[in-house]
Design a protein around this ligand. Structure first.
Ligand code: NAG
Ligand code: NAG
Ligand code: NAG
Ligand code: NAG
Ligand code: NAG
Length: 948
């Protein structure tokens, strides 16, 4: 008996050793069931066959028990799919499909990692909370959705928890609250980025403060709105890394930060933190990295003398507002010498670079952009021999940047000094000791020769030499820079032809050569191109009949395909989203793909002719079409019928004919700006046009339109508002130069410019009374028609009007007295009608005293006309004169007030045309506009991200 038991025991032992090798049957079945549920196109689970499941890829068993203890299927190879210029490819080497609940059988699991696979759409696998022994759980970047079960808090052995999301997928997990986290007493590492907590109040006291072992905490984009400021007792003193970003606290930096003696990384960016810095920051003696950028923190930092390990400081986009030398007084000399990374951009600092910059000899990253720094770049700048990245853009620095200051910077890769008054004048035969990737010198003084020292900089990816006074040919060596990704050379006096082909620039995405004197034909271009601006040059010729492009599939998997396709320019450029060829001498027909183009198509001011080919399709992202001032003919282009997101359409100054189709009003709901001026359109103005509630500018002038004005003009609701919501008017062409300001005023322009122009047609009937609700209109021009009836009685309601032109009609009756309420009116013309009675006086009308405004109306009387009205009043000359003078003075002041608004608008429009003023002017405008700019820029980014 005894013997028998012994034999059984031996047998069991042998069995266990044996099974350790070929694993436990039901666990193996569970794995196979899991395998059956996933799509594995990269054959990562190829080894998952046979009995020895402990040897399978990603599987590890315990030597003692034979149970599976580790399942590690993390996709580490996806990074191979990441190229700097190619989008991160989540699917590369991914497992996809379902996570089978069969895994629940792996009851001894200690380690589970499924990160960076694509299980998008799967709910959080609830069974995970049953793995009592789990120490490591990583389900990050798996596309899981839905609620995290609070039972996960039962995993009391857990050391490592990563449930962070994939920013690219937009898929996120939810959690009812943060309470369950407080049970994870052993936790050392937690990343919950992207997890949306429905109730996060008290997450510091109730959860964080119950985790005494926690060393690393990462929370980004969780929608947290509170962070308790003080704690009676701080338990989480093991914390080394606190990384919180993209939250919405609207509160000060918490006081408990000073009680975290082990903290090495304090990162709280974009959290809407306000108020001053707590003095307790000075107690964080282990701190290595201090990053509090993109908040609303105010004022000077506290003394940080004891932070001897500090090497990284980023306080960008806060309001420090001190002399920059005083800022460095808060750091020890030792720290200054050790600092590796310093970002103080947009912090409102003043002062010069002298006296401190030469001491920062360890710096590899320095950004001081968008401050108020003055003076020159001092000679000891050359001490910064470790510099890789320097950004001094948007300051008021002056003087010379020469070979002597730059020569020692062997590691320099990124140089941005745009928007300063710096003259860069290295010797002609200077060969820099560095190889730059990013060169932004826009608005500095470089010319008149194209800078020869750039010739050896063959690794340049982004080059901005806008507005640098270059008066030269583009040197041919520039076109051998095959890494070029963005190229901005606009606003110079560049001459000559471009090479016949630039197809070899396979990275080129953005090329802006506008506002130069370039000529010849447009070259063959690489398929990578996203934005092409060649406006305001002298390019000529037809769009070429054949187009050869190197044809590449963008997918990283298939990037070896090369070949040649033949297309008409720009039809082969399938990535092209912004095309501006305006103001050149281009001729011939529009390309057949024209309505299938990307977001912005500007071909104005050329010699394109004929009838645009019709493909009856539209790219659905075409938002701006400007074909103004060509010789285009035919009917209103039918292709646009399907362009449902069109916001701006200008067909003006062409030879289009036929009727304006009803579908314009029925289909193009997003239209903001519609200009058909100076064509040969005839027939009625379709009543459907008034369905375009977003319309702000409607210009049908100079056609052969007949019939009445549309009846329901009051449906133009956007014209009833002074300022409309800003359209996202994308213009990525000026990234470093103006930091996107170009974007701003274009949007601002579209926000305030409201106009109706039906002039020079054969329109008949009366002016609808409801037109007076369009109180945002700045311009109303109905002149040179056959309109009859009266001027609307309440026209004085249209208080924004700056220009009103009703001349050359058959309007009759008196001029409404309310017209004197049009305070902004600067241009008025009522001549050649049948108006009668006395001309209203007072207010703004008083300053419009040119009699020709009223001429050709024989029955009008009163000033400024010579003919006086027969008034019952006596002509007590002196008395009425002096009264009149007083009257005038009062209104003079009022006019000044309103005149200010007008003046502002005038400045705005002037800025449109005078480039050099713009920079200075917009710098003055307060953060309100900056905010707008940021918003627009963000919207732009989002828009392009959505496209990608
Ligand atoms: C289990 O066995 C493997 C090889 O058989 C060995 O490398 C490993 O260290 C062992 N693990 C333990 C915990 O004994
Ligand atoms: C701090 O930790 C101790 C021991 O782990 C615990 O008893 C106490 O309740 C914790 N304090 C708070 C505020 O959670
Ligand atoms: C931030 O808090 C202040 C004071 O508590 C409050 O006045 C302000 O409205 C808040 N701002 C936002 C955007 O919630
Ligand atoms: C922080 O430092 C100050 C002196 O700078 C000291 O009075 C205070 O006790 C320190 N606080 C902690 C929590 O160490
Ligand atoms: C720090 O450096 C400045 C100038 O380099 C010097 O005047 C000052 O005495 C130094 N401070 C210490 C504590 O060494």
């Amino acid at each position: 008996m005894h013997n028998f038991l012994h034999k059984i025991l031996v047998f069991l032992l042998v069995f266990q050793i044996f099974s350790a090798h070929c694993c436990i049957q039901h666990e193996r079945d569970a794995l196979l069931e899991f395998k059956a549920g996933v799509r594995d196109i990269f054959n990562r689970l190829d080894s998952w066959r046979g009995n020895k499941c402990c040897d399978w890829e990603g599987v590890r068993c315990s030597n003692q028990t034979g149970h599976i203890v580790e399942l590690n299927l993390r996709n580490t190879n996806f990074e191979i799919g990441i190229d700097e210029n190619i989008d991160y490819d989540w699917n590369y080497h991914s497992l996809a499909g379902k996570i089978s609940p069969s895994l629940v059988s792996l009851s001894d699991l200690k380690y589970l990692d499924l990160s960076f696979n694509n299980f998008s759409g799967n709910k959080f696998p609830e069974f995970v909370s049953l793995f009592q022994n789990l120490k490591y759980l990583n389900l990050s970047h798996t596309g899981l959705i839905g609620m995290i079960p609070p039972q996960l808090g039962n995993l009391s052995m857990l050391l490592y928890l990563d449930l962070s999301y994939d920013v690219y997928s937009g898929l996120t997990l939810n959690s009812r609250d943060t309470w369950w986290l407080s049970n994870l007493r052993s936790l050392k590492y937690m990343d919950m980025s992207g997890v949306k907590f429905r109730d996060s109040s008290g997450w510091v006291q109730e959860s964080l403060n119950k985790l005494p072992s926690l060393e690393v905490l990462v929370l980004s984009d969780n929608g947290l709105t509170q962070i308790s400021n003080s704690l009676t007792f701080v338990n989480f003193t093991s914390l080394r890394v606190l990384h919180i970003s993209d939250q919405n606290f609207n509160s000060t930096l918490p006081n408990w930060l000073g009680s975290l003696p082990s903290l090495t990384d304090l990162i709280m960016e974009d959290c809407y933190l306000v108020g001053p810095y707590p003095t307790t920051l000075g107690n964080l003696t282990s701190l290595n990295k201090l990053a509090l950028g993109l908040n609303s923190l105010d004022g000077m930092i506290p003394p940080l003398y004891s932070l001897t390990k500090l090497t990284h400081i980023s306080l960008r986009y806060n309001n420090i507002e001190v002399e920059i030398v005083d800022f460095f007084d808060k750091l020890s000399n030792y720290t200054l010498r050790k600092l590796d990374y310093l970002d103080l951009s947009s912090t409102n600092m003043a002062g010069t670079l002298s006296g401190w910059i030469g001491d920062m000899t360890s710096l590899s990253f320095l950004s001081l952009s968008s401050n108020n720094l003055t003076g020159t770049i001092p000679m000891d700048f050359r001490n910064l021999t470790k510099l890789v990245h320097i950004d001094l853009s948007s300051n008021s620095l002056t003087g010379l940047l020469s070979e002597a200051q730059l020569n020692g910077l062997l590691k320099l890769k990124y140089l941005d000094i745009t928007e300063n008054n710096i003259t860069i004048f290295p010797d002609n035969n200077w060969t820099p000791s560095f190889q730059l990737n990013i060169v932004f010198l826009g608005s500095c003084k470089l010319g008149p020769k194209f800078p020869a020292w750039l010739q050896g900089q063959v690794e340049i990816e982004e080059l901005n030499l806008m507005d640098t006074g270059i008066d030269d040919n583009i040197p041919s060596w520039l076109w051998s820079f095959c890494s070029l990704w963005k190229l901005y050379l606009s606003y110079n006096r560049l001459r000559g032809n471009l090479p016949a082909s630039l197809v070899h620039l396979k990275q080129l995405m953005i090329m802006d050569l506008s506002n130069n004197r370039l000529e010849g034909e447009i070259p063959f271009l690489p398929i990578s191109l996203f934005s092409l601006r060649l406006s305001n040059n002298s390019f000529s010729g037809q769009l070429r009949k054949t187009y050869k492009s190197s044809y590449e599939k963008k997918s990283v998997l298939l990037n070896d395909l090369t070949g040649v396709v033949v297309e008409l320019f720009p039809c082969g450029l399938t990535n092209l989203t912004i095309l501006d060829l305006s103001s050149n001498n281009l001729s011939g027909h529009l390309p057949p793909c024209w309505s299938n183009m990307g977001g912005l198509l500007i071909l104005a001011n050329n010699k394109f002719s004929g009838i645009a080919p019709s493909t009856f399709s539209c790219s659905k992202i075409l938002r701006v079409v400007n074909l103004n001032n060509n010789n285009l003919a035919g009917e209103f282009p039918i292709d646009l019928k399907f362009c449902s997101v069109l916001e701006l359409l200008d067909l003006g100054e062409n030879k289009y004919t036929g009727e304006i189709p009803d579908w314009v009003g029925e289909n193009l709901h997003q239209m903001i700006y519609l200009r058909l001026r100076s064509n040969l359109f005839y027939g009625y103005i379709p009543s459907t046009l008034t369905r375009l509630g977003n319309l702000q500018v409607l210009d049908l002038g100079n056609n052969n339109l007949s019939g009445p004005l549309p009846r329901y003009l009051d449906n133009f609701t956007a014209m009833g508002q002074f300022i409309s919501a800003s359209p996202v008017y994308y213009d990525e062409s000026l990234p470093a130069m103006t930091k996107g300001l170009n974007l701003v005023y274009d949007s601002v322009l579209l926000m305030i410019w409201k106009s109706i122009d039906f002039s020079n047609n054969n329109l008949t009937g009366e002016i609808p009374q409801n037109i007076v609700v369009l109180t945002g209109l700045l311009n109303l021009n109905l002149s040179h028609n056959h309109l009859t009836g009266k001027i609307p009685f309440d026209i004085g309601n249209m208080t924004s009007l700056e220009s009103l032109d009703l001349q050359m009609n058959n309007l009759s009756g008196t001029i409404p007295q309310s017209m004197s309420l049009l305070y902004s009116l600067e241009v008025l013309n009522l001549s050649y009608n049948n108006l009668s009675g006395s001309i209203p006086t007072g207010h703004q009308l008083q300053s419009l005293d040119d009699p020709s405004i009223y001429s050709g109306n024989p029955n009008l009387c009163g000033p400024p006309l010579k003919m006086s009205c027969k008034s019952p009043k006596s002509d007590d000359n002196n008395d009425s004169k002096s009264k009149h003078a007083g009257y005038r003075d009062n209104w003079f002041y009022l006019f000044i007030e309103f005149g200010f608004v007008v003046g502002f608008l005038v400045v705005f429009f002037t800025l449109l045309f005078k480039r050099n003023w713009r920079y200075d002017y917009f710098r003055m405008i307060d953060s309100g506009i900056n905010r707008l700019h940021v918003l627009t820029a963000l919207a732009l980014e989002r828009w392009s991200a959505e496209r990608a």
